[in-house]
Design a binder for this molecule. Sequence first.
Ligand code: NDP
Length: 372
Amino acid sequence: MKNSRRHFLQKLTGTALAMTVIPHLGLAKASGIPDEQPYNGPILRVAIMGLGSYGSRVAEAMQACKKAKLVGVISGTPSKIKDWQAKYSIPEKNCYNYENFDKIKDNPDIDAVYVITPNALHHDQTIRVAKAGKHVICEKPMALNAKEGQEMIDACNNANVKLLVGYRMHFEPHTLEVIRMREAGDFGKVRFFQGLCGFRIGDPGQWRLNKELAGGGSLMDIGIYAVNGARYMVGEEPIWVTAQETKTDTGKFKPGVDETIQFQFGFPGGALASCLSTYNMNHLDKFFLNGDKGFAEMQPSTGYGPIKGRTHKGELNQPVVVHQTVQMEEMSDIILNGKQPLVPVDGQEGLRDLKILDAIYQAVKSGKKIDL
Ligand code: NDP
């Protein structure tokens, strides 16, 4: 029974299909997975800013949420606003553009704005949303550097609104199981983490390859998963960083836009991390954690799923979830009910990653070991 269920789950690729089927398998009890119980609690009413590829994915996933609902949009593209209004029944009064969205402060029907725009815009947009008195969920990387990140945290504190970062893996069941096992001592003393994150990037004209909008290259976009993953898998904060950059295509990857960076961390307990971030290789989505008593291996480790993995005790067999659905259910609880997630997703968590990203770039530039 267990094996056939696993086999069945592994065959699920369509996320909507997964959401439809899993409750009937009796797996809905696992953290945050929408089930068929009626829900009468508060609902987080969300406006999405930036109706691009990831914004569209979040909107789709939110349709299965009970505790969060898409009620508004902020976009620079009028035709997308019309399409989203029709698809998600969004009233005209909840539609804004980048010039007028400060007026959202006068809109009592929106609780939070989810900022899903290019990285360089997160800082100013988050501060404007905070000043409008709305909670902010901001995509990763939270900002271009730690200074900007701190300013965003300060603005949200001053406005008495919450700031969360879209770290969807912090709610993913296989990931949480590995963290639980580590905390239970199943791996013994943790000695080593390896994070391999990358893909071959296409269109050279896209914002991800524009330093002004991306703030860097692969490290800001995909390498951040290894930075963040090293921290939640090892369960400590790194105390030093070394890093090396390799560039094979200087036409596509202009100055300030990294193609490939390898970086290493040292942790206070003695563990080491060795990571690769690249825009030049496919099939790179793998975490490996090694301790005195055992190991965990995840591949894929941070893609949209299904996440797969095994430990020295056997295959990980957690429920397959739509990451963004579970994330928004949990973030509703965090914002509206003050729930504390197992792995933080607040502005401070985003800032910790930004400090490390700053140090990695500094290490590349100087060729030196950077203490954190
Ligand atoms: P897209 O390019 O697909 O979408 C970005 C959207 O931002 C655009 O469609 C546009 O929406 C808006 N926008 C506003 N100003 C600009 C501008 N100057 N140039 C381009 N777009 C602009 O990017 P993604 O959706 O892939 O990424 C957006 C953010 O989400 C990034 O920070 C990225 O790192 C993050 N992300 C996170 C993922 C995760 O798993 N957590 C996965 C993918 C991305 P409009 O026309 O409505 O104004």
